[in-house]
Write a protein that binds this ligand. Structure first.
Ligand code: TXA
Ligand code: MG
Length: 317
């Protein structure tokens, strides 16, 4: 059930129940970070494997020290610059932080969301919350309250209304080795910005064997329909002309008789706008009568890198 009442959402969380909450990236499925009983409900409802750790959401920069320890200078600097905002930091955890949150790792992921409703809610609670994206495991992330409601209608989940998410893809995740920052997940803060803030930045993204961010390797963010990515829509349409085609285009719609549905992510060619529209467009295409979704690859800069990452995972067999 969708509600606008922060009081109602807070009272559920105080009773160790789950509530879906808006953030600037995607809607999250929130629980009291200090209640293992509540945290377990997240894994049950999402059908998420326990080996995928969760992100702790805090309301103020100062709270970081109650959750993490041995915080590198570079991490403090990033938090100061980008919080509240779509940046998650993976830091050494304090012993009070449950192993359920961290999947048994000695690190914990933390972020401070930049959404008025989420911050108001956090300010009425006397604990931080854990919140993965509010979708069943592997499916398309939700960027509206209605997306969440559709996923969990049967379970009668309380969904706190906060409008459409402004960024529309998940936070960028950065971990550390000593003071060295390492990208674990591409997301709503472009790497160019992070490099601008701290200079050096390493990537663990191509290291397929040993993912630093568990849960990032698998098929993810996926529609029900088969999906392929291409740099050349016309070629891919020709290859699939026996099928009813749905197109996810970057800037230009395409005229073709086999295309029965299409979405354009940004008709002005803005990667940030494309990112904001990505999941909502995928939700709609998936509901259309197409047999296959053909998605156009974005340019590899700014939010284009993050969108391409999601497209690749969504299309992976
Ligand atoms: O934008 C976001 O980050 C959204 C909103 C709701 O805040 N949340 C989100 O959570 O995307 P989720 O659960 O879908 O993704 C969390 C990911 C995990 O899959 C894992 O890759 C990484 O965060 N993660 C969490 N804890 C970690 C840890 N201790 N070490 C490495 N990676 C971690
Ligand atoms: Mg997720």
């Amino acid at each position: 059930m969708i509600t606008t009442s922060i009081k109602e959402a807070a009272s559920k969380l105080n009773e160790n129940e789950l509530v879906a909450i808006p953030t600037e990236t995607v809607y999250g499925l929130a629980a009291n970070a200090y209640s293992e009983k509540a945290i377990r409900k997240i894994f049950d409802l999402k059908k998420r494997p326990l080996k995928n750790p969760l992100i702790v959401h805090i309301k103020a920069l100062e709270e970081i020290d109650a959750i993490a320890t041995e915080i590198p200078e570079a991490a403090r600097k990033l938090a100061q610059i980008f919080w509240p905002g779509p940046l998650t930091l993976v830091l050494k955890k304090r012993p009070e932080i449950s192993n359920l949150i961290t999947a048994g790792n000695d690190t914990v992921a933390i972020r401070m969301p930049n959404h008025k409703v989420a911050l108001e809610l956090l300010n009425t609670l006397n604990f931080p919350i854990v919140a993965p994206s509010a979708n069943p495991f592997k499916s398309i992330s939700p960027t509206t309250a209605q997306h969440v409601e559709t996923y969990f209608e049967k379970e009668n989940l309380t969904v706190l209304e906060g409008g459409a998410c402004t960024f529309g893809i998940e936070s960028t995740i950065i971990g550390f080795e000593g003071n060295r920052a390492i990208v674990y997940r591409l997301g709503s803060i472009p790497l160019e910005k992070i490099k601008g803030a701290i200079g050096e930045l390493e990537s663990s993204l191509n290291n397929d064997k040993k993912p630093n961010a568990p849960g990032m390797m698998n098929k993810h963010y996926a529609p029900q329909k088969k999906m392929v990515i291409t740099t050349n829509l016309s070629n891919e349409i020709a290859l699939n002309k026996h099928l009813k085609i749905g197109i996810l285009a970057y800037t230009q719609p395409i005229l073709n008789q086999n295309v029965i549905y299409q979405e354009v992510l940004s008709n002005v060619g803005c990667t940030e706008e494309a990112a904001a529209n990505l999941y909502a467009s995928l939700h709609r295409i998936d509901k259309s009568a197409c047999d296959i979704i053909i998605a156009e690859k974005l340019p590899e800069y700014q939010f284009g890198m993050s969108v391409n990452d999601r497209l690749k995972r969504a299309a992976s067999a």
